[in-house]
Design a protein around this ligand. Structure first.
Ligand code: G6P
Length: 582
């Protein structure tokens, strides 16, 4: 939620470079943007900000070797130019990702300041400026302000008359990129990957001052210096770029040709460590949000079927009702692409304090969840930039499938099944398959409603299918457990209503027949073609891992429904990729 990016270096084109880097973070938020350059000629700050997506912006900035910028997903204050970052108060110019929960209390005490926006961010800038007036040095002022902020934040700060850029975090990600003559600070690595893959991860309650190629790290509370290791990230630029593809979403869907197989590289030792925590527990929960939650729901079936273990699946936002059951014998499996989702993080923080054991499955290795977990497993899908999660979801399911086999000492059997699944998905994903699905999309795009049903692990995939279609095509889509149809949802069926039926087992086919008798147009997603299907999207038979293959044609369908409606599937309205606020 919100991308922030700073450069301090020797090139006078820092403004243009920040704009370019921010475009690579646009998936984090895209309702407005802003860039601030410290001008070479006199050290004053130049700010340019606008509402709208940053991707199409072309700008000339004054020369300056330091710049900070922001791409916004509005939380406090509507989408207006005044609310766009950076915010300048007195000598301080600042961008912020996160939420300053107690900002109103502080705003009231800053009586000498005239606030120009409705944001919480402007209050942070005023607090820092106020401490500067009281005689604090910039880093003291930032520390004092930061200790008074309740909530999550990552901030980048420029102070008039002082070279260098200050950055601090608690709860929201910040990564420092080490170039040969310049230093970068960003919410995510793609912002600077073209320049360097050598990074330092800033931890919670840490601060960094960057000036040219130097970076000084310190503890945000005490000011004590902190030593950081330079880490080389294995990402390639092509992985974080669209390349020849028209959108990240379709690129990432096709990357599932490799990402599922990549999960198999997981070390046995790590899987066994995770399973040990689970086996020693007395009560386990999957905690996740959105698509990751649907992957966890599928895993609930995998564990039940494969290892006979019952794991409760709770969306992180609903977990507070059950937290009193968390104790030192509880194991929590947190599933998250970004590893930064605020609802998940909060549950983990509180559960860890109660002694629960945390197993984290994330795609982003440096994420807060990855670092907080007792055992971290990487889903290793490579950067996922489209807001709609695709390859991360199937990699999460593949890893959880493997974990269920680990639970019964049958990792190799799990690997064999997944290997066969990955290879048949590799065959399935080809341009002919995509164009067939596009033709199906053309035949259903004009219907305002769409329903999806599935049974067992395909039930969560029905829910996930609905999310995919809703979020990128804005068609009203709803998923149901196939057996629940006759308890209400069937009343929604009218002549021609498109219904996606996941699976070809006898009971689901009977449910499809019930739908068809009420006029529904049946789109079957299955390994075998059934008479009841009006359209058929073939998927391979995956021997228990059917959920992984079955969601893929629906991802493609959702993508083409969006294109047919003239929408940008990479940037759906109102959504953000990484939801770092509650
Ligand atoms: C947002 C994204 C979804 C994602 C969910 C959870 O809503 O748009 O695609 O599934 O957050 O994110 P996480 O990073 O925790 O998997």
């Amino acid at each position: 939620m919100c991308g922030i990016f700073a450069i301090s270096g020797d090139s006078p084109k820092a403004g243009a470079s920040v704009l370019k880097g921010l475009k690579k973070l646009e998936y984090r938020g895209y309702d407005s943007w802003g860039v601030c350059v410290r001008e070479s000629k006199d050290g004053t700050v130049f700010i340019d900000k606008e509402i709208g997506k940053i991707s199409t912006v072309r700008r000339n900035f004054p020369d300056g070797c330091e710049a900070i910028g922001h791409s916004r997903w509005a939380t406090h204050g509507g989408v207006t130019k005044a609310n766009a970052h950076p915010h300048q108060v007195g000598k301080v110019t600042l961008v912020h990702n996160g939420i300053f929960e107690n900002y109103i209390t502080h705003k009231k005490t800053l009586k000498t300041y005239k606030f120009l926006s409705e944001t919480d961010t402007e209050v942070i800038a005023a607090m820092i400026d106020n401490f500067l007036h009281q005689g604090s040095t910039p880093d003291q002022a930032i520390r004092k302000a930061a200790t008074q902020i309740e909530g999550r934040f990552a901030i980048l700060v420029m102070v008039e008359g002082i070279s260098g850029i200050y950055a601090a975090r608690r709860g929201s990600p910040l990564i420092v990129g080490r170039g040969s003559n310049q230093t970068f600070v960003a919410s995510d690595i793609p912002a600077f990957l073209e320049q360097t893959n050598v990074v330092n991860y800033l931890d919670d309650n840490e601060m960094v001052y960057v000036c040219g190629k130097n970076a000084q790290f310190s503890d945000l509370r005490t000011g004590d210096p902190v030593q950081k290791r330079n880490i080389e990230v294995p990402w390639k630029i092509e992985e974080a770029e669209k390349g020849e593809w028209s959108h990240f979403m379709i690129k990432e869907i096709f990357e599932q040709k490799e990402t599922i197989a990549r999960v198999l590289k997981q070390e046995d030792e790590k899987l066994l460590q995770a399973m040990k925590l689970l086996q020693e527990s007395n009560g386990a929960y999957f905690i996740a949000c959105g698509t990751a939650h649907k992957a966890a729901m599928a895993a609930e079936y995998f564990f039940a079927d494969i290892s006979g273990r019952k794991i409760n699946v709770v969306p992180a936002s609903e977990m507070p009702s059950f937290e009193r059951f968390v104790n030192p014998k509880t194991a929590i499996i947190a599933v998250s692409q970004s590893g930064e989702t605020a609802d998940v993080l909060e549950i983990l923080e509180r559960s860890k304090k109660k002694g629960a054991k945390i197993i984290g499955l994330t795609n982003v290795l440096s994420s807060s969840i990855a670092r907080m977990a007792h055992v971290h497993l990487s889903i290793n899908a490579g950067p996922e930039k489209a807001v709609a999660s695709t390859k991360a979801a199937t990699a999460q399911m593949a890893l959880l499938f493997l974990l269920a086999f680990t639970d019964v000492n049958k990792i190799n059997i799990g690997r064999q099944i997944l290997w066969a699944t990955a290879s048949s998905i590799n065959d399935m994903l080809n341009p002919r398959y995509e164009s067939w699905i596009r033709s199906v999309a053309e035949r259903i795009v004009d219907h305002p409603n769409l329903f999806i049903i599935g049974r067992k692990s395909l039930y969560p995939m029905a829910l996930e299918s609905a999310i995919k279609i809703q979020e990128v095509s804005y068609i009203h889509a709803q998923g149901f457990a196939a057996g629940e149809l006759k308890h209400g949802p069937i009343a929604l069926i009218e002549k021609g209503t498109p219904c996606i039926v996941l699976g070809d087992d006898q009971e689901t086919v009977s449910n499809a027949t019930e739908l068809k008798s009420r006029g529904a147009k049946i789109i079957g997603v299955s390994a075998t073609k059934q008479d009841v299907f009006d359209e058929w999207l073939r998927v391979p038979d995956c021997n228990g891992a059917q959920a992984i293959a079955s969601i893929i044609p629906v991802q493609i369908l959702a993508y083409h429904l969006a294109l047919l409606k003239g929408l940008d599937p990479d940037m759906p309205r109102n959504l953000a990729k990484s939801v770092t606020v509650k």
